[in-house]
Ligand binder design. Structure first.
Ligand code: RB5
Length: 145
């Protein structure tokens, strides 16, 4: 189960991403926001990241104006590795090298075509493991979260 959330600035892309997930037959839980009215991104990013942190959801997609606020919120949660991506290559490397379990991007920073390519890469690229495994473990052991 994938967690998805946005604020108002990412709402349109959240709805488009849900349509993409539907077409790929990927199950998701929408943590809001549910309308384009202005809201505070931490409220929604926190709820979705908490679900990834506690294992309710295996991965997440968070969208705001830039993706930056959402990534800052998500990375406060234990076990979360949220990557703010602006390119398909970035999304691929975030999975291969960082084993990112939450993808963040910004509706104000990337076109929908790029966002769609970013989501596809995030969903289909496996973690490379090998030399990256100990590095990823250290993210959590050295920070305590
Ligand atoms: C909202 O205006 C904007 O600040 C928010 O979507 C996000 O970009 C914050 O990081």
């Amino acid at each position: 189960m994938l967690a998805i959330a946005s604020d108002h600035a990412g709402f349109a892309y959240k709805e488009k991403t849900k349509t993409l997930l539907d077409s790929l037959h990927i199950e998701y839980r929408d943590f809001g926001t549910k309308t384009p009215e202005a809201v505070d991104y931490p409220d929604y990013g926190h709820a979705a990241a908490q679900a990834v942190s506690d294992g309710t959801c295996s991965e997440g997609i968070l969208i705001c104006g830039t993706g930056i606020g959402m990534s800052i919120v998500a990375n406060k949660h234990a076990g979360v590795r949220a990557a703010e991506c602006t390119s398909e290559d970035g999304a691929e490397l975030a999975r291969k090298h960082n084993n990112a379990n939450i993808l963040c991007f910004g509706e104000r920073l990337v076109t929908w075509d790029t966002a769609e390519a970013i989501v596809q890469k995030f969903l289909t690229t496996p973690f490379e493991e090998g030399r990256h495994s100990d590095r990823v473990k250290k993210i959590h052991t050295l920070t305590g979260c």
